[in-house]
Ligand binder design. Sequence first.
Ligand code: AAT
Length: 280
Amino acid sequence: VLPGWFSEISPLWPGEAHSLKVEKILFQGKSDYQNVMVFQSSTYGKVLVLDGVIQLTERDECAYQEMITHLPLCSIPNPKKVLVIGGGDGGVLREVSRHSSVEQIDICEIDKMVVEVAKQFFPDVAVGYEDPRVNLHIGDGVAFLKNVPAGTYDAVIVDSSDPIGPAQELFEKPFFETIARALRPGGVVSTQAESIWLHMHIIEEIVANCRQIFKGSVNYAWTTVPTYPSGMIGFMLCSTEGPAVDFKNPINPIDDESGPKTLAPLKFYNSEVESLSSRS
Ligand code: AAT
């Protein structure tokens, strides 16, 4: 490990580690769930790290947060109730809030330190919390979903960390079953689904589980994020039985006129990107 550099080392990507030059460490803390760190990098702005794994950088967070949100929400007409699991930084909330049809945005993040740190160091991400439609619950997403009445949500977005530590159960079959139950017929889910270069075994298992659970469509999409391991990350995009959902042809377009006027425009997503990235 080079002095003055951060290297992302994990058993989930053995034998390789992406590194960023550190200008200054801005925060280090230990929550009930994980180690939390923020540093100023030389070339990617501020970086949020949980248990040694990069969660976001100011420079490339757009490519992840916009895609995990708009791929599902642009594929159904008039989404009204949306649930976010994880995503305590607020970036997915910011993206959901661009959809004017949405009336209610619930979020269940396990770690309140992530929320506090995002508000202090990442104002352009945590801006998502300023939307009055947002209801924040601090708790385990697995437990939260068990208590959701059947058919509540139009869309569920699982912005989860990797399957080591508090997010492990968010990759398991029972969790996907509770998501399907929480969705209305023809509702959609998008989940953080790791990299085809590193995690084919994890992805194959998730796809097999989703094919059993989601009777609408089951797809894997991806985006490019230079500071995530292998430079890309995927999403599972599934729908429940009911009105058919075609994730490759968005029917609910979003443009820069959508959403609160205080938000900066979209940086990455557009409907051509959606058609490209989504494959069944
Ligand atoms: N939007 C930035 C990207 C993330 S954040 C993942 C969030 O999931 C973290 O804030 C973490 O605290 C939260 N989380 C983990 N487990 C749970 C749980 N059981 N219930 C609710 N929230 C949880 C994802 C980064 C992907 C990294 C890829 N290498």
